[in-house]
Design a protein around this ligand. Sequence first.
Ligand code: FPP
Ligand code: MG
Length: 289
Amino acid sequence: MTTLTQIERPAGLDHHLEQVRSLIFRTLEETSLREVLHDSPSLASIGGKMLRSRLAHRVGSVTGVDTNLLVHGSAAVEMIHTASLLHDDVIDGGVMRRGLPTFWVEKGKAGAILLGDLLLFKAVDLICRVADGRYTHELVKLTGEVCEAESEQELILQGEESQLEICQSIARRKTGALFAFASLLGGDGDAHRREVLKESGYLLGTAYQLADDILDTRPEDDASGKTLGTDAARDIVSAARLEHVDLRAHLDDLLVQSVKILNGDQQAVKGIQTYIAQDLQPALSALLG
Ligand code: FPP
Ligand code: MG
């Protein structure tokens, strides 16, 4: 059984990310799937850039949130994100991710779906164990939004014309929801701060997903490390298919809004601005080429 380990206040971002990775691996090592964990190159890069954990740290370290909460919340969110990608690669038929064959290519589709399911519930278990379980409902609701958006894109919107409002609504829930969770952790103990940080996270995640839609149209031999072209192949709505929209200006606007809505809360602004400058902007530049 996973025990709640007391975690010391991190000295910085790298330390936070290391603690998150270590908690994820400890959690999975405690399951009977231990062997698979050590035997799978694609699982070694769990979390990838860890953009959601970075967000939790950038904000929570400035607002002074308990380290246990930040590390457990980040680990839970990365595990859910990983679960969604295990499933997404089966759905998209993606054969490469983070420069490696995807898990379903290595171990089969059934294995990828089932490991995703395990990660999901281990993540819920982790969040139940911290802050007296008061973040569990929020995480479950936001994960539900991810599933709803992905299902909507597949079952309702496939073949529909791409429009900014629709692409934005999908991006906000499909990717923004987990950014929102990472961000709201920084408002622990202050309901108003939590709500505005949640919205700020939604906006940042929306920008990230819209840019990721653009990446999908780049030539396959690019340095992204993942299979591209799957949106067009599956005829799903994508920001890359928007006409008469200056998407780069729109993304800039989303980032500006993500700070503006914090309404001058100096600590929250500092956390979000640092995240945008140090973590998100470089990731967006890599996506947009
Ligand atoms: C990547 O999108 C996919 C997501 C952000 C969410 C996928 C969600 C599901 C498969 C539903 C199941 C959810 C859970 C939590 C188990 P993309 O295909 O646009 O990005 P990519 O280019 O990185 O593949
Ligand atoms: Mg995909």
